[in-house]
Write a protein that binds this ligand. Sequence first.
Ligand SMILES: *Cc1c(COP(=O)(O)O)cnc(C)c1O
Length: 388
Amino acid sequence: MAQFKLADRLEKLPPYLFAEIDRIKAQVAARGVDIISLGIGDPDMPTPDFIIEAMKKALEKPANHAYPSYAGMPAYREAVADWYKMRFGASLDPKTEVVSLIGSKEGIAHFPLAFVNPGDLVLVCTPNYPVYNIATEFAGGVVKFVPLTEGNSFLPDLDAIDEATWVKAKAIFVNYPNNPTAAMADEAFYVKLIKLAKQYNVIVVHDTAYTEIYYNENNRPLSIMSVPGGKDVAIEFHSLSKTYNMTGWRIGMAVGNPDLVHGLGKIKENVDSGVFQAVQEAGIAALREGEPFAAELRAIYKQRRDTVIAALKKAGIRCNVPESTFYIWAHVPEGYTSSAFVTKVLQETGVVVTPGNGFGAPGEGYFRISLTVNDARLEEAVSRIANL
Ligand SMILES: *Cc1c(COP(=O)(O)O)cnc(C)c1O
């Protein structure tokens, strides 16, 4: 067999921090232990029927069988703009300020190719969804991590970024509600970020996959598009995946500054041919009729959250009570590293949780629990942890 060496960009990828967990998980499973995974960020419940019905109808239309337009159907982009108006009060021009995505991960991964030249500096708030730094590096950019610490409510300390860094930075990746810390950002944070971005001509890349997974009606997550000046400096990535249990369908959107949206569209024009139109029609149904379903989903996650919080409390494990996302970001007990604790939990209880350092160095000392298993399994998992 001929041997082919991977490109440098793949050879340079950081080691996969969850590989060790996967190995131990296989060992524990081989002992016959019933494994419960609280490790994955993928909803366990099915896509609701009204979306599936919309998809079935859309499949029957021959017009949907052709290549879609790379930017998305006008009707889909209008549904996105209308949803942003209804949910956030933000005004977007569906023609120039909205582009469809094959899931928001696709858009996030392609975005640096449109705006980052080799050697350009890009700020990435961490712990983080790994796509931000990896996609930046694929484009040849240089990543500077900005730590998110509990002392600053897991927001980046924007004042601690020195002037020379701001001057050099091309873009900053931020993500609220945040995966993995479950933190939310308030309006004052966005106002300050927008001011700095304008002052130093830095692109704000905002990932908002979790805005609809919230638990306090009086403190709903914001879009940077609803903050004055936000659209001038930002592109915001959003997704139908988490709100409507559609992770497998691959549909999302990017909205914001028309130059940024256009640049991303240029990349997409050259690498993919858009989202299957039947999926876009299902997406329209989700965006236009999905709010009652989203409300039910929130109630389910809230119940699960309260179950887990109570069990962690009983076990003496410290954590904040998240007001959004389906994650709980908890402290590992005194005397453990993230890896040591996660390994112990897995070996002794068969429950998989994610070590915080897997998301970046400032995640050390934490672990992440995902609320994406059904009540019975979740109860079983937390009782095993509480009895550890
Ligand atoms: C799940 C997730 C996404 C991506 O979702 P898509 O399915 O690609 O739309 C993006 N960002 C974060 C932080 C996520 O957790």
